[in-house]
Design a protein around this ligand. Structure first.
Ligand code: DHB
Ligand code: FE
Length: 280
């Protein structure tokens, strides 16, 4: 049977992708941020997951504002990146696993999460940069990856509670896959940031640190927060952190935190890294 071996969080800041391409990861500005991933790299090296589900948000590359699914899952055997600006060079395509995806989609829909199923899906920095900070750059990626998109862009957005419940359903979906497979889940995006308007540039370190603690030990308290409360505290794009709740829901009630790291500011964002294993 497939098994969820752990959950990871990471932001997806475009400038991070450029820092990797330009070989700047050990420069003063970037070093502490990138060093925060070291324990995750060691864990990935040791545990060798077969597949990673990347819970991410699209920023207009695959879904534009005319059509935005609340939740969507890739059901393809490959996913392409493409030029989306930000100075990011397109990466090599990612291998998926359509059979696994269809199993997950069917299970989620049976559990009343009516996913949009995508047999073609362009993945943007929301997906690509998490893959790059976790695995480095590759012509052939060392792991299968499945994009699971959450709308964090066009209101109305799904609530943190709804994302948490999606994660709980995802656990059932993954653990009912008959083939032996080690699955990791990445909850990406966040933490506090706002890229436009009067509060552009705001970061809320105290709120981010509280959010990290509640997502680890008391996810219900984050799930109880409304979308407008999270946006007030963390900024319009800070709402991306709801995607961490999909990962958290999939790990079950109690988790062990193997690593946590926070760095702010990096680009315009407060950035958090978590590595969690389920206690069950
Ligand atoms: C930044 C962060 C984001 O989440 C994003 O999508 C684009 C830019 C930033 O911090 O610059
Ligand atoms: Fe973003």
């Amino acid at each position: 049977m497939a098994k969820i071996i752990g959950g990871i969080t990471t932001s997806h800041i475009p400038a991070v992708g450029n820092a990797i391409s330009d070989g700047l990861t050990q420069e003063h500005y970037w070093k502490r941020f990138f060093d925060g991933y070291q324990p995750v790299h060691e864990w990935l090296e040791e545990k060798k997951p077969d597949l990673i589900i990347v819970v991410y948000n699209d920023h207009g590359l695959n879904f534009f504002l005319d059509k935005v699914p609340t939740f969507a899952i890739g059901c393809a055997d490959a996913y392409q990146n493409a030029d989306e600006g930000w100075g990011l060079k397109p990466t090599a395509p990612f291998d998926g696993d359509a059979e696994f995806s269809w199993h997950v989609a069917e299970s989620l829909i049976n559990q009343e999460f009516d996913m949009c199923t995508c047999q073609e899906m362009l993945v943007d920095h929301g997906f690509v940069n998490p893959m790059r900070v976790l695995f480095g750059d590759h012509e052939v990626w060392p792991i299968k990856a499945i994009p699971l998109a959450v709308n964090t862009v066009q209101h109305p957005l799904p609530s943190a509670r709804r994302c948490y419940k999606l994660g709980q359903a995802l656990k059932v979906a993954i653990e009912s896959y008959p083939e032996d497979m080690k699955v990791a889940i990445a909850g990406t995006g966040g933490m506090s940031h706002q890229l436009q308007g009067e509060r552009a540039g705001m970061i809320n370190v105290d709120y981010d640190l509280e959010t990290i603690e509640s997502i680890i030990n008391d996810p219900d308290s984050f799930a109880d927060q409304s979308t407008s409360h999270i946006i007030e505290q963390a900024g319009t794009e800070g709402i991306e952190t709801i995607m961490w709740m999909v990962m958290r829901g999939a790990l079950g009630e109690k988790v062990t935190c193997l690593h946590k790291h926070y760095h702010a500011p990096i680009s315009n964002t407060g950035a958090g890294v978590l590595l969690l294993e389920s206690d069950a």
